[in-house]
Write a protein that binds this ligand. Structure first.
Ligand SMILES: *Cc1c(COP(=O)(O)O)cnc(C)c1O
Length: 391
């Protein structure tokens, strides 16, 4: 970041012509839309390298847009942000290992305590860290994943508020079907509200009460004092249930067509020759394959498409590790060097997810590290991230 345009373009010349363009202005505008949607702080989730968008530049832009705290899944993700100078509170959502309390205290991180072993860990007196370790305690209200059952949750909260060296800053739960089923979600939120009320009768009122991921924002309760969306921050709406909020995709993944060749009728294309030209065809080869996140599924081969000059062109033959072929027979105006889009506004992440047999979350998190992340602000390249170059 902070390098001039010419230097960044020189960096890009070291890489093949493919990129995940990350529109940081859209990111900031999505965050603003979410913050206007709810009257409580929005804690954006930047786990899994900010859903494939690049954790550090994304975190920095979200902080500039007003995010008061961040969430990641794992300790190492939080430590990496700390080492880059990110000083806001960072909540570690997923399970960490017993014995990692020292690292959490050293880096002033906020773990979610969701297992008996990590509960004992944070209750163990420690000389590490200047301040008490802030923790959020998780109740399992229907996900059957991490978190304590109601009685164990109440008992754990009691122990945490009585212990020294640790502070119960938050309580939370996670919704299993917020994007699919309003009734199931309503029942989970009832159980959560009930447990939060039970804590209050014991005089325990943590600062942060949170349950809502992106889809859950549609059913947020008055009891909540924090929300934690991921997908919507990146401009992708959960499906079929989503809150009404105006967000746009932040990431556009594309590569420039390397070669266009005309093949006679009857010519097989790609490994296994699973597509055979039914007529003389113009085939374009795109320098991006399954190692980069192009799904290697039958549906991608048979129905998938990339977008070139604003229109879809069908994928032909099996997607390879490094390359994907497309049919340009009906697009004589398309030339070598034209950009072919895998995912962005069109096809969007849900369209690609349908071809891949998965969801939009997996589509964006699977864009491989070999694809450089190119950061754009006000139409200008302001940063490049790739394991192959220092920029
Ligand atoms: C990933 C995650 C989120 C964000 O989920 P989205 O559906 O992407 O909004 C929220 N809470 C927890 C516990 C998570 O693991």
């Amino acid at each position: 970041m902070g390098r001039d345009q010419a230097a960044l373009e020189d960096v890009l010349r070291h890489l093949r012509p493919a990129r995940a363009r990350i529109d940081l202005d859209r990111l900031a505008s999505n965050y603003g839309a979410l913050q206007r949607l709810v009257p409580v702080p929005v804690m954006p989730v930047v786990k899994a390298d900010a859903y494939g968008h690049g954790a550090l530049p994304v975190a920095r832009r979200l902080l500039a847009a007003g995010a008061p705290l961040l969430a990641v899944a794992y300790v190492e993700e939080a430590v990496a942000l700390r080492e880059e100078g990110i000083s806001v509170p960072i909540v570690v959502l997923a399970a960490y290992g017993p014995g990692q309390e020292r690292v959490l205290r050293q880096h002033d991180l906020t773990p979610v305590v969701s297992t008996p072993r990590t509960l004992e860990g944070v209750l163990t007196p420690s000389r590490e860290g200047k301040r008490p370790l802030k923790v959020h305690l998780k109740i399992d209200t229907g996900m059957s994943r991490l978190g304590f059952d109601r009685d164990a949750f109440l008992a754990a909260a009691q122990r945490l508020v009585q212990a020294s060296g640790v502070e119960l800053e938050g309580v939370m739960t996670h919704l299993a079907s917020a994007d699919e089923d309003r009734d199931v979600t309503g029942r989970q939120l009832d159980r959560f509200d009930d447990a939060v009320a039970a804590l209050a009768t014991r005089g325990i009122r943590p600062r942060y009460v949170h349950a809502c991921n992106s889809a859950g924002l549609a059913q947020r309760r008055e009891t909540h004092t924090l929300v934690r969306p991921g997908l919507l921050v990146y401009g992708i709406r959960p499906r079929p249930l989503s809150p009404e909020v105006d967000v746009r995709p932040v990431m556009t993944v594309s590569a420039d067509i390397a070669l266009i060749k005309t093949i006679p009728e009857g010519t097989p294309v790609s490994y296994g020759g699973r597509w055979v030209a039914p007529r003389p065809s113009r085939i374009g080869t795109v320098p991006m394959g399954y190692a980069d996140g192009v799904p290697r599924t039958e549906a991608m081969r048979d129905q998938g498409a990339l977008v070139v000059r604003g229109r879809r062109v069908p994928v032909r033959g099996t997607v390879c590790m490094d390359l994907t072929m497309v049919d340009l027979t009906e697009r004589p105006e398309v030339a070598e060097g034209d950009e072919a889009v895998l995912v962005g506004d069109d096809p969007d992440a849900w369209q690609v997810a349908d071809w891949a047999g998965t969801n939009a979350w997996e589509v964006v998190t699977r864009i491989g590290p070999r694809v450089p992340r190119v950061y754009v602000e006000e139409g200008r390249v302001t940063g490049v991230q790739s394991p192959f170059v220092r920029a």
